[in-house]
Structure formats: C-alpha cells, structure tokens
Design a protein around this ligand. Structure first.
Ligand SMILES: O=P(O)(O)OC[C@H]1O[C@](O)(CO)[C@@H](O)[C@@H]1O
Length: 129
C-alpha cells in the first residue's frame, strides 16, 4: 500500500537535480567554500573602532574555510536555515534563532550540509588596548 505523506519540513526536503540547479553549478567548481558576506558595519565606522558587523550566507552543501582571530570575540545570530558550527573541534547543530558565541582565539568553521542557504548576522568585538 502507498504511504501517504502527512508532513514534510522544508529543511529536510530533497532538492531537485539537473541542469542549472545550484548543485549542478557547484559540481563544476573545485571548492565547496562558497559563501558571501555583506559588510554592515566596519571597525572604522564605529566610535570605539572595535566593533564589526556582517551578514553571511553559506550556500547549500557549502562551508567556510574556518579561521582564528586572536584579538576578536564574536557572536553569530542565525537568521535562516540550519548548519553545523565547529568551535575548537567541537561540532554542534545551529539553526534560525540560535545565538552562538565564539571566544577569543578559538578556531571556528561553519558547514551547511542542507539544501537551504544558511544565513547569519555576526558581530566581532576587538579586545581593548
Ligand atoms: O574565511 P572563512 O573561514 O571561509 O570564513 C568566513 C566567515 O567568517 C566571517 O568572517 C565571520 O567570522 C564571515 O565572513 C564568514 O562567516
């Protein structure tokens, strides 16, 4: 007997495949480090010169390279989608509505193994002095 669907969540839905889909385009480039950042506030635009704000989107099946910035602490506020955050080797899922704190000098990387873009606002604050 046929199983009739009662409910599906957008985040778990399968993506259509084929020509000109994002996964098709991604398969033609040599890296899955595909993300865009819009700069919302640069350090030289704030009074303290210590705060920076951006809005990043990590495309489906993509990730950031990961990095450390010793003099900066950082907060992510996930605005849509979900993904995997890695902080100093610890991995956990983060989704829209979550706030993630990244302490000074900790390696952090973000993965989006899903089919929807993952977007978040991030704020870095530089140590005083
Ligand atoms: O250079 P990577 O590791 O790919 O990181 C990019 C990510 O880091 C950020 O600088 C935020 O820390 C954003 O541009 C983006 O979320």
């Amino acid at each position: 007997m046929k199983e009739i669907l009662k409910k599906r969540n957008l985040l778990e839905a399968e993506a259509e495949t084929g020509n000109n889909t994002f996964s098709d385009i991604l398969s033609k480039v040599d890296s899955n480090v595909v993300r865009d950042t819009l700069m919302l506030l640069r350090e030289n635009e704030s009074e303290s010169g210590r705060i920076k704000v951006g809005y990043t989107t990590i495309y489906p099946q993509c990730f950031t390279r990961g990095h450390i910035h010793a003099p900066l602490e950082e907060v992510y506020f996930i605005t849509s989608g979900k993904g995997i955050m890695e902080i100093e080797g610890e991995k956990f899922e983060a989704e829209a509505g979550d706030v993630v704190y990244i302490p000074f000098a900790k390696f952090h990387r973000t993965e989006n193994p899903y089919h929807l873009p993952l977007s978040y606002v991030w704020i870095t604050v530089k140590k005083e002095g």
